[in-house]
Design a binder for this molecule. Structure first.
Ligand code: LFR
Length: 474
């Protein structure tokens, strides 16, 4: 039997969980859950990383208080964001900027002038999103960059604070659009072409790298002893996909949360004119795999409505949305939905501008969002099938969004495919099992079998009356 701790930082909440691996099964207990979100000040949007650190320490203290022997701990989070550190390891530039901060406006276009769009894609295989790390870097104050010593992605920063080792883990490095999967390292050509300071980028390590023991300071603050810090797949989507309970060919996944990440797993990156045309991404996964996927705006749209409405009971809201009929379908990937503001007004405007009925009530607004996400997912699945030449018959939905029966059913109907929902905590499970594999307690190839044995899944079949969507919603 072995015990491991996973720290999962999501865009809307974080958690510290204790996983126990026994007889080939994993049980997971959440010890501490805390909210997360952007902090706006003077038109800038940040993450409260020090607040997150305080919560992490609290969670680790609770872990120590269980009195159970714990072998290791690892952190995962959302992707693309980073901290700049000074020569003494101090946090610079006001902390960690949020990827939805407006500073990236126009930066992608600047990058295309310096290097060229096709070359960026050919070298990285990463989809063009305005907030990719590469474009955030271009928005940095040159003065700050000159005095910076190291740049660390968010989970790498937490690992550094936990054990003093400063490296970049590969799955998250790939999301920067500065990582070249062909060479397995930062792309020197891109860093050079974009005029970025190469000395700030640390060594890249693969998921499942043992970094070292907790620092004496963290041991003293938490009461934990003898715990190794292990870099799991630090990108949350990579951890979630590692734990998709699939077997055999013909499946796709949706990591359903703040974003809907829709994709397949491939043995190597697929970088060609079709994937470029469809803006498909090739993110690094566990065991040298690639996540060929598309980002779809996801439940962020509902989260933002709820923030505005002061609603916290999501289950009740989804139940009401299930009772209203389908209405308008809009493109959730319209850039108008990216930044935090009045999401309800934006959804209504998008319906109006496309000549469709505007949703009036809250359940109607949510219904438009869910119907639109389901249609967009169906279109993405169609693209993935086309590009890979592989039929997709089953869609595994993992993550918090897999609990929304209405959305699962809408996806089954819109795509005409079987949806298997669960696990809800795939990210935590992927994180924990990659740690166990790093310690030799499990074969890396057994992670999915352990998840299959450990969780309950729900199946949603397309209804006989549904008509699958085959074209891209735009
Ligand atoms: C999901 C996720 C996505 C990434 C987005 C921004 O939490 O990590 O994979 O595109 O957040 O970092």
């Amino acid at each position: 039997m072995s015990r491991h701790l996973a720290i999962d930082l999501g865009a809307s909440s974080g958690r510290v969980a204790l996983g126990t691996l026994e007889d080939g099964r994993l049980s997971t207990r959440i010890l501490h859950r805390f909210p997360n979100g952007g902090v706006q000040v003077q038109g800038r949007l940040y993450w409260d990383v020090l607040g997150l650190w305080r919560e992490v320490l609290h969670g680790l203290k609770l872990a120590a208080e269980t009195g159970e022997p714990i072998s290791s701990v690892g952190v995962n989070s959302w992707a693309v964001d980073y901290a700049l550190l000074g020569a003494q390891g101090d946090l610079m530039g006001g902390g960690v900027r949020h990827y939805r901060d407006p500073r990236t406006a126009g930066q992608m276009e600047r990058a295309f002038e310096k290097v060229g769009r096709d070359e960026i894609y050919a070298r990285t295989g990463i989809q063009f999103l305005p907030f990719n790390t590469a474009y955030q870097w271009l928005a940095e104050d040159p003065q700050t960059l000159r005095s910076a010593h190291t740049a660390l992605m968010v989970p790498d920063l937490l690992h550094f604070w936990l054990c003093g080792v400063a490296v970049t883990e590969q799955t998250n490095a790939s999301t920067t659009q500065l990582y070249d999967p062909g060479v397995g390292d930062w792309s020197a050509a891109l860093l050079h072409g974009l005029g970025l300071p190469t000395q700030l980028f640390p060594k890249i390590v693969p998921p499942g790298t043992v970094l070292g023991p907790l620092s004496p300071e963290v041991e003293a603050l938490t009461g934990l002893r003898g715990v190794q810090v292990i870099a799991p797949a630090t990108h949350d989507t990579a951890s979630a996909v590692a734990a998709v309970p699939a077997s055999g060919p013909g499946w796709a996944y949706i990591s359903s949360g703040t974003w809907s990440l829709v994709g397949t797993e491939t043995a190597r990156p697929v970088i060609n004119a079709d994937t470029l045309r469809h803006n498909l991404t090739n993110e690094a996964g566990v065991g040298g795999t690639t996540r060929l996927l598309k980002n779809i705006m996801g439940l962020w749209m509902v989260q933002e409505c709820c923030r505005l409405w002061g609603v916290t009971d999501y289950a009740a809201l989804y139940a009401e949305a299930a009772r209203v009929p389908s209405g308008a379908v809009i493109d959730p990937d319209d850039a108008r939905f990216l930044a935090p503001f009045d999401m309800q007004a934006q959804v209504q405007a998008a319906c109006r501008e496309t000549g469709q009925a505007e949703p009036a009530t809250r359940p109607e607004v949510v219904r438009v969002i869910l119907d639109s996400l389901a249609h967009k997912v169906a279109a993405a699945l169609h693209i993935l099938e086309e590009v890979s030449g592989q039929a997709i018959h089953t869609v595994h939905v993992v993550g918090g969004g897999s609990q929304i029966a209405l959305l699962n059913g809408l996806i089954a109907d819109a795509s005409g495919r079987t949806v298997i929902a669960g696990p809800v905590e795939a990210t935590l499970e992927g994180n924990l099992l990659v740690q166990a594999a790093a310690l030799g307690l499990l074969e890396a190839g057994q992670v999915r079998e352990v998840v299959q044995r450990s969780v309950d899944l729900k199946t949603f079949l397309p209804s006989a009356l549904s008509s699958p969507v085959h074209s891209e919603v735009s």
